[in-house]
Write a protein that binds this ligand. Structure first.
Ligand code: FDA
Length: 389
């Protein structure tokens, strides 16, 4: 094994560390990934029959207000001026999301001013005034009132969690944003867009430094190659971005995750739904949303003969499923504290990324966290400061 630093996982966290270590410190870096491609969940590919870019692990929209992260990602890709907007279908009518004055006026068939709409929602939210919401259902009603909650949140949430919201803890939501204007931009961040020539090209440029070697189809926990756990630990510092419970052979039990199933269909029409994301808020439709990928790139000249959609189904992850969203029950929170103690005692291994932290990270957060780990831990280790222990 001939590397100064070994990175397990080529997602945005691992790629950022690798790029910085190679460029800033001239280190020889080995990145391994058990998948057949780099980029982790941000990876996309151009569907071969239509040429439409499809996000393989669910739609990925880049957005950030972090100046450092924005400057950093622009070293590897330009971004389009795509602005994300989401619509939702309820009782066969389409409404703009997040809930805003347009949604409210359409739903109540009214022309309320911002102040009138606010007064109405406050009044409806007052139904459970003076009570302490014990479950997600009561919490939802107390935040935005029963009519809007039941139309847009209740059944959608039940599908996401495969659980009736009256049996889910109130703590899952702290707020439900309602905008008393017609702004239906999904993100509030200063910068937003999609990589101009696609995610794969962006991610490949991050790994292009000659000091970075990428080994795909290589699982850290499998023997028979030079980067297995038994060969690497103790030889070079390791940045591990896989699931933290897997690293410790599930010694404290499994951490629970939700996963999604994506059903891809190529339809022989130019446009299926007229927008990139349509949520399905009702219980009688089994999927939570449909993505139509051509709409992420209106600047591209895609075929008019076909379009690619993904129907998204949400469920609890089992062993072998891709872990997507941490569930974070109180039992999970106890386990993760124990895993973090074990992680702190691990010699020359740092845990990072969403799987290594058991935390949902947007892409800009994963990159920001990796830049901080590089500054605070990796750079000092190799330049005469504190060692990674
Ligand atoms: P990531 O999961 O990308 O990478 C980890 C890598 O480690 C994987 O490639 C995996 O194969 C590898 N690995 C694991 N175990 C291994 C082992 N034993 N050996 C070798 N390799 C191993 N963010 C955003 O900003 N906008 C968005 O719209 C979305 N949308 C979105 C949709 C869905 C469905 C999900 C689940 C997530 C998003 N995200 C997002 C979040 C985004 O995907 C996330 O920020 C990045 O994936 C984080 O990068 P990481 O490197 O931490 O993990």
């Amino acid at each position: 094994m001939n590397a100064d630093l070994v990175i397990v996982g080529s997602g945005l966290f691992g790629l950022t560390i690798a790029e910085q270590a190679a460029t800033e410190l001239g280190l020889k870096v080995a990145i391994i990934d058990r998948r057949h491609h780099i980029g982790g969940n941000a990876y996309s590919k151009f569907e071969e029959n239509t040429g439409i870019e499809v996000h393989q692990y669910g739609a990925h929209l880049f957005h950030t207000s972090n100046e450092r992260v924005w400057e950093y990602v622009n070293r590897f890709t330009e971004f389009t001026n795509y602005v994300h907007r989401v619509y939702t279908r309820h009782n066969d009518i389409v409404y703009p999301m997040p809930i805003n004055l347009g949604t409210i006026n359409q739903f109540f068939n009214a022309a309320y001013s911002p102040a009138e709409a606010k007064a109405l929602i406050q009044d409806q939210a007052g139904e459970l005034a003076g009570t302490n919401p014990k479950n997600l259902n009561d919490k939802g009603i107390s935040l935005i009132g029963r009519p809007l909650y039941e139309a847009f949140i209740k059944n959608y949430t039940a599908k996401q969690w495969q659980t009736d919201p009256s049996e889910l803890p109130a703590s899952i939501i702290s707020r439900l944003p309602v905008r008393y204007n017609y702004d239906n931009r999904y993100f509030n961040d200063k910068y937003e867009g999609l990589p101009l020539d696609g995610y794969a090209a962006w991610l490949e440029r991050m790994a292009a430094h000659p000091n970075i070697e990428v080994h795909l189809n290589t699982d850290f926990f499998e023997e028979g190659h030079e980067f297995s756990r038994s060969k690497v630990i103790g030889q070079a510092p390791v940045i591990y971005t896989g699931p933290i419970d897997r690293y410790f052979d599930y010694a404290e039990g499994d951490l629970s995750w939700r996963t999604i199933d994506l059903e891809e269909e190529i339809l022989p029409i130019e446009d299926f739904q007229g927008t990139s994301v349509m949520n399905y808020a009702d219980a009688n439709v089994p999927y939570t949303r449909i993505h139509e990928f051509r709409h992420f790139h209106p600047e591209r000249t895609y075929t008019k003969d076909a379009t690619v959609i993904h129907r998204e189904f949400s469920r609890f992850a089992e062993h072998g499923d891709e872990p997507y969203y941490p569930i974070n029950t109180s039992a999970d929170r106890e386990k993760i504290l124990k895993y973090r103690e074990l992680a702190a005692g691990e010699n020359q291994v740092l845990f990072g990324g969403r799987l290594g932290n058991y935390k949902y990270f947007d892409m800009h957060m994963a990159i920001g966290a990796a830049l901080s780990m590089f500054d605070n831990k990796i750079k000092p280790h190799f330049t005469g400061g504190n060692k990674i222990v």
